[in-house]
Design a protein around this ligand. Structure first.
Ligand code: NAD
Length: 285
């Protein structure tokens, strides 16, 4: 019998704990966590993500500052805004909603964020810290997945973890976190040969591809833990992940649904990182 991993419940617990922590920080330590979110242009999906983040912040007592910039803004102006936010004591976290319009150099912009305010953990300094295991912030989606595995007491050490996808925001940091927890890790990608055979050897299979029904039942070992990161729309326009959930759930021991699995964790970890940033900055003052 499969266990459906409930990301909503786990994220709600995390948010409630953070809410208590924030109210203590405010009343005892005079620390008021705050997050600045920058959105460039009017991409509807980005707008939804930003609104969800803003709402989640407000619900647990994090102040949010939203900066909506025109899609033709110059890179210089955007860098100036980041510089200003880097210097503001009332801003602990800075998040630039990706993707950015093509005339903006994403890498240069992320590298301009002060690493101590980089709550997405995309800055190269924070990426390097993830490699060594000496980190303050972890990227939200991989950290959220680790929390799901831990909440469900899923063993990681010694297990074979196969990750499909090698992006900087999901696949690569995910591999590093699993390695830190003593998993044996295989990263697969668009050029991987014998993908099905490799996936079939996974005790923990993590799919971060971005294609509906990419992981089919014949690619999954009996009793495997299946984590679905993908966010796609199927032919009927319905939200779905990368995994053929209906068939794979009959084989897996644990599986995350889409929606309601990994997604809610991503925002909750962003909140956690903002609180961490506020505490770290208060120590530096
Ligand atoms: P990406 O496009 O940067 O990376 C996709 C990866 O899939 C690439 O590394 C590529 O090599 C691999 N890939 C493509 N075709 C393949 C194939 N045929 N065989 C094997 N590998 C293949 O995407 P990303 O940013 O890592 O996101 C992946 C998915 O996760 C997307 O659907 C995205 O929307 C979703 N996502 C969800 C959350 C969340 O909170 N749930 C967060 C981030 C991303």
């Amino acid at each position: 019998m499969v266990n459906i991993i409930n990301g909503k419940d786990v994220s709600n617990n995390l948010r409630n704990n953070l809410k208590d922590k924030i109210s203590q920080l405010k009343s005892i330590n005079n620390i008021h966590p705050s997050l600045a979110v920058i959105i460039v242009g009017d991409d509807p999906a980005s707008k939804i993500y930003v609104n969800n983040k803003k709402k989640a912040c407000e619900e647990i007592g994090i102040k949010s500052h939203e900066f909506v910039l025109p899609s033709d803004i110059s890179e210089y102006k955007l860098l100036q805004l980041i510089e200003e936010l880097n210097c503001r004591d009332d801003v602990n976290g800075i998040l630039v909603q990706l993707p950015l319009p093509s005339h903006l150099n994403e890498k240069a912009i992320i590298e301009h964020i002060n690493p101590i305010k980089d709550v997405d953990a995309f800055h190269e300094i924070n990426v390097g810290k993830i490699m060594t295991g000496n980190f303050e912030f972890l990227p939200c989606t991989p950290a959220g997945i680790m929390q799901l595995l831990d909440d469900y007491n899923i063993d990681i050490a010694g297990k074979h973890c196969v990750i499909i996808g090698r992006s900087n925001i999901v696949g690569k940091p995910m591999a590093m976190l699993m390695l830190h927890r003593d998993a044996t890790v295989t990263i697969c990608h668009s050029k991987t040969q014998n993908l099905s055979e490799i996936c079939k050897t996974a005790d923990i299979l993590i799919a971060a591809v971005g294609q509906a029904n990419f992981v089919t039942a014949d690619m999954v070992k009996n009793g495997a833990v299946v984590i679905d990161v993908g966010i796609n729309r199927n032919e009927a326009g319905k939200l779905c992940g990368d995994v053929d959930f209906e068939r794979v759930k009959d084989i897996a021991s644990y599986i995350t649904p889409v929606p309601g699995g990994v997604g809610p964790m991503t925002i909750a970890i962003l909140m956690k990182n903002t609180v961490t940033a506020a505490i770290l900055q208060s120590k530096n003052n």
